[in-house]
Ligand binder design. Structure first.
Ligand code: ATP
Length: 309
């Protein structure tokens, strides 16, 4: 019998704190980051099929590869190997519905990879725990384990070594989507260039951020949001300075470039405040579009079809 297709929803992330260490010999930077999963999602459906393939629909779909280089497909190949299937012919069709901005610094591709792992594991009725899925996730990309787990977490190494972080209450965000994306490696290279030239500001220690999350007070957290990549993203896209100012002028507690940008995330004092900030920001003409989101939300989860594992 052909198993029913499985659909999984996976969240975007914002980095509340992103400390970038110096360039390592292996070409990576050592990171210390606090991720939060936000209610901005992609949905990935995996179905058994004789004709394998991948289709991407939704906002920015034309910018996403629909071949074996898609991170969701790479995730399926890696899982097929673990399942004892032919990774070159996993016999599935994948449909990705994008709700997360592409190349926006919100881990859209990583969310798709996490969703594909959960969906294929359910479709193939694999007995595999979250820890093992997480290990496979880390081989696909540094942010994939977090998109799998969701919530709020401290990430070390390249961001793939996770420890859950205790938070109280829900935080309310406004997300400003920019025109076009920024390539993550280009933003890291720009940070290296800025650091070679001078001393761009570095974020402080992570402990106060963890304390603010534990109290659940958005005003306290707003004072502590920080991202070492922000100076590099703003240097490559100077109009982001205007966007960040416009969000605060509209009533947000604080604004930050999300990850490598160019998406900006604004922390607000309440759900109502977020709606007001979003309305005013979308009228300010500084960004392509505006979304309201909340966090933390859960990681990649089945929303249709079979509910295992
Ligand atoms: P991050 O925050 O993890 O650095 P990002 O959010 O800035 O990433 P993504 O949306 O993940 O960026 O996409 C970065 C690039 O990865 C895209 O330009 C695209 O070429 C490639 N890519 C591969 N698979 C996917 C996918 N499923 N969805 C989006 N982009 C993908």
């Amino acid at each position: 019998m052909v198993p029913p297709p499985v659909t999984v929803r996976a969240p975007a992330k914002v980095n509340l704190h992103l400390a970038v260490g110096d360039l390592r010999e292996d070409g990576y930077h050592e990171l210390m980051t606090v991720f939060q999963a936000l209610s901005l999602n992609d949905e990935v459906t995996v179905a058994q099929a004789d004709e394998p393939g991948i289709e991407v629909v939704g906002d920015g779909a034309d910018l996403v590869p629909d071949d074996a280089s898609n991170l969701a497909w790479r995730a399926i190949e890696a899982l097929a190997e673990r399942a004892g299937r032919d990774p070159d012919d996993p016999r599935v069709r994948v449909v990705i519905r994008k709700g997360i901005p592409v190349a926006g610094g919100m881990a859209g591709g990583s969310a798709d990879a996490a969703a594909a792992l959960v969906a294929a594991a359910a479709l193939w009725r694999m007995e595999i725990g979250r820890d093992e899925l997480s290990e496979i996730a880390a081989t696909i990309g540094s942010d994939v384990p977090f998109c799998l787990h969701g919530g709020t977490a401290l990430g070390a190494g390249r961001g793939e070594r996770l420890v859950p972080v205790l938070t109280r209450h829900t935080f309310h965000w406004v997300i400003a989507l920019d025109k076009g994306g920024l390539s993550t490696p280009t933003v890291f290279a720009e940070l290296d260039r800025l650091r070679a030239e001078g001393r761009p500001p570095r974020v402080g220690s992570v402990e106060p951020v963890l304390e603010a999350l534990a109290t659940g007070d958005p005003r306290q957290l707003a004072l502590l949001l920080g991202n070492d990549l922000q100076a590099a993203a703003v240097s490559l896209r100077p109009t982001l300075r205007r966007t960040l100012r416009a969000g605060v002028d509209a009533g947000a507690l604080a604004g930050i470039v999300s990850g490598s940008g160019p998406t900006c995330a604004f922390l607000c004092s309440s759900a109502d405040a977020a709606v007001r900030v979003a309305a005013e920001l979308s009228g300010a003409g500084v960004c392509r579009s505006v979304r309201v989101a909340q966090g933390p939300v859960h990681g990649a989860r089945v929303i249709g079809g079979d509910d295992t594992p």
